[in-house]
Design a binder for this molecule. Structure first.
Ligand SMILES: Cc1cc2nc3c(=O)[nH]c(=O)nc-3n(C[C@H](O)[C@H](O)[C@H](O)COP(=O)(O)OP(=O)(O)OC[C@H]3O[C@@H](n4cnc5c(N)ncnc54)[C@H](O)[C@@H]3O)c2cc1C
Ligand code: SF4
Length: 317
C-alpha cells in the first residue's frame, strides 16, 4: 500500500471540501477501497473518512418514500422494518450480497460505487482499459464466463457487481450528491451508472470530489417483491445472473437484472411484457446482446431465472 494522509470529516460540507485536495478519496466502510489500495489499483494520496458526517439515518420523505443516508450500513438497511415491509426487493437483494461481517461495514454509498470484479481488473500484470485507459481488454478473447452479455463495448465487457443497486433500479431510486461548492443534485439511478463505451474508467455520473449524501426511494408501489440470485456457490459469491422484480396481482410490474451488464440492467419495454411471461421479457431485455462463447449460457439462465421469479410471484414456487 502506498503512503497516504488521512482525515476525518465531521460534516458533508467538510468532507466535500477535503476531497478537493488532488488525489483525495472518500472512505466509508472501506471494504472495497482498502482492498484496491493494497493491490495498488487505487492509490489515493489523501483519505477522507466520512463515517462521522451524520449520514447514517433512514427517514420518511414528505411524499411517503424513504431517504437512506449514504453511510447507512447494508445490514441496517436490510433489517429496517420500513424497508422489509414496503421495499422487500431491496431487503432481499442486500442479504444476498457479501457476508454478514461485510454487510455490517458496507455502506449505501460505497455499495453503489464498488468496482467491478473482473479478474483482469484486479491483476495488474494484465491489460485493462478500466484500470489503465487505452491499455486493452484482457477479458475480450480471454476468460469471460462472468462477464457482460449486454450493453458491453469493444473496450470493456465487465459487469457491475452490486446486488443492492439492482433492487434500487427496480425501485426507481434516486442518488443525492453534493460538491465542494455546496451544489446538491439528484441523479435518477437509471442514469447513475454508465455503460462502458470507449471510457470504461468513467463508471458513474458523479463528478470528481462529489459526495453521495443519500439514496431516496419513491413511495411504495405494493406488489410482491422478489430477488433471486444465481451464483457458483450458495453464498458469498457475486451473481452470474440476478433478478429483482416487483409483480402486481394483475401480472404487471418491473424487472431489473444484475450480473449481465456494466450497470443494473432494466429496459422499460421489457417491464410492459411481464404479463406475457419470461421469454417475451428476456427477449426485450437482451435485444442486441453480444455474449461471448463462454458466457452465452447467461441468456437462457436469465430467462429461466425470470420464469422462476414469475412463478414465485404467482405463489407457485
Ligand atoms: C469478499 C467480498 C464479497 C462481496 N460480495 C458481494 C456481493 O455478493 N454482492 C454485493 O453487492 N457486494 C459484494 N461485495 C462488495 C461490498 O458490498 C462492497 O465492498 C461494499 O458495499 C462497499 O461499501 P463500502 O462502504 O465498504 O465502500 P468503500 O470501500 O469505503 O468505498 C467504495 C468506493 O466508494 C467511494 N465512496 C464511498 N462512500 C461514498 C460517498 N458517500 N460518496 C462518494 N463516494 C463514496 C469510495 O471513495 C470508494 O471509491 C463483496 C465484497 C467482498 C470483499
Ligand atoms: S472487461 Fe473491463 S475491467 Fe475487465 S479487463 Fe476488460 S476493460 Fe478491464
Amino acid at each position: 500500500m502506498k503512503a497516504f494522509s488521512y482525515e476525518r470529516a465531521a460534516t458533508p460540507a467538510q468532507a466535500a471540501a477535503a476531497a478537493t485536495k488532488p488525489g483525495a478519496k472518500f472512505v466509508a466502510g472501506g471494504t472495497n477501497l482498502l482492498d484496491l489500495m493494497k493491490l495498488q489499483i487505487e492509490a489515493p494520496v489523501h483519505l477522507v473518512d466520512i463515517n462521522g458526517v451524520g449520514l447514517d439515518k433512514i427517514e420518511r420523505t414528505p411524499d411517503g418514500g424513504l431517504r437512506i443516508g449514504a453511510l447507512v450500513r447494508n445490514a441496517d438497511l436490510a433489517t429496517d422494518a420500513r424497508v422489509r415491509k414496503d421495499y422487500g426487493v431491496l431487503a432481499r437483494a442486500l442479504v444476498a450480497g457479501a457476508s454478514g461481517q461485510l454487510r455490517n461495514m458496507a455502506t449505501t454509498g460505497g455499495n453503489l460505487l464498488q468496482r467491478t470484479r473482473c479478474p483482469y481488473f484486479y491483476d495488474t500484470n494484465m491489460p485493462c482499459n478500466k484500470r489503465v485507459p487505452g491499455s486493452g481488454c484482457s477479458a475480450i478473447g480471454g476468460f469471460s464466463r462472468q462477464h457482460a452479455v449486454v450493453g458491453s463495448s469493444d473496450a470493456c465487457i465487465a459487469t457491475h457487481p452490486s446486488d443492492m443497486a439492482v433492487a434500487m433500479r427496480a425501485l426507481d431510486a434516486s442518488v443525492e450528491a453534493v460538491n465542494a461548492a455546496g451544489r446538491m443534485r439528484v441523479i435518477p439511478i437509471a442514469d447513475f451508472h454508465k455503460l462502458p463505451g470507449s471510457t470504461p474508467h468513467i463508471e458513474t455520473a458523479l463528478e470528481p470530489g462529489e459526495l453521495i449524501t443519500a439514496v431516496t426511494l419513491p413511495e411504495p408501489v405494493g406488489g410482491r417483491h422478489l430477488y433471486r440470485k444465481v451464483r457458483d456457490r450458495a453464498s458469498y459469491a457475486f451473481a452470474l445472473v440476478s433478478v429483482a422484480a416487483i409483480v402486481q396481482k394483475d401480472g404487471t410490474g418491473r424487472v431489473a437484472l444484475g450480473g449481465v451488464a456494466h450497470k443494473p440492467w432494466r429496459v422499460e419495454a421489457a417491464d410492459a411484457l411481464l404479463p406475457r411471461g419470461s421469454k417475451a421479457v428476456a427477449d426485450a431485455l437482451f435485444n442486441g446482446a453480444r455474449p461471448t462463447e463462454q458466457n452465452a449460457f447467461k441468456l437462457p439462465l436469465a430467462e429461466r431465472t425470470i420464469a422462476a421469479v414469475l412463478e414465485q410471484a404467482r405463489g407457485r414456487a
